[in-house]
Design a protein around this ligand. Structure first.
Ligand code: SF4
Length: 71
């Protein structure tokens, strides 16, 4: 699954970090880091993170591999 966070919308609430700490993390006090193409085993946790985000800043899509874009 492909993950995109609109960092202009992100308010550093941290709900995504609680929902999927393997994928989302803070670097410093408010700087969010995340895996853009996390392991498929985290898909459910990533989905929960997207639903939990109060700012609706997380967009999910098909991974490049699943979409046949990888070469
Ligand atoms: S839950 Fe949303 S607003 Fe909060 S840190 Fe994650 S992406 Fe940002």
């Amino acid at each position: 699954m492909r993950v995109v966070v609109d960092l202009n919308r992100c308010q550093s609430y941290g709900q995504c970090v609680f929902a999927a700490p393997e994928v989302f993390r803070f670097r410093g006090a408010e700087s969010l880091e995340y895996d853009h193409e996390p392991d498929p085993g985290f898909d459910r946790a990533v989905g929960r993170a997207a639903l939990a985000c109060p700012a609706q800043a997380i967009t999910l899509g098909r991974s490049a591999v699943a979409a046949g874009e990888a070469r």
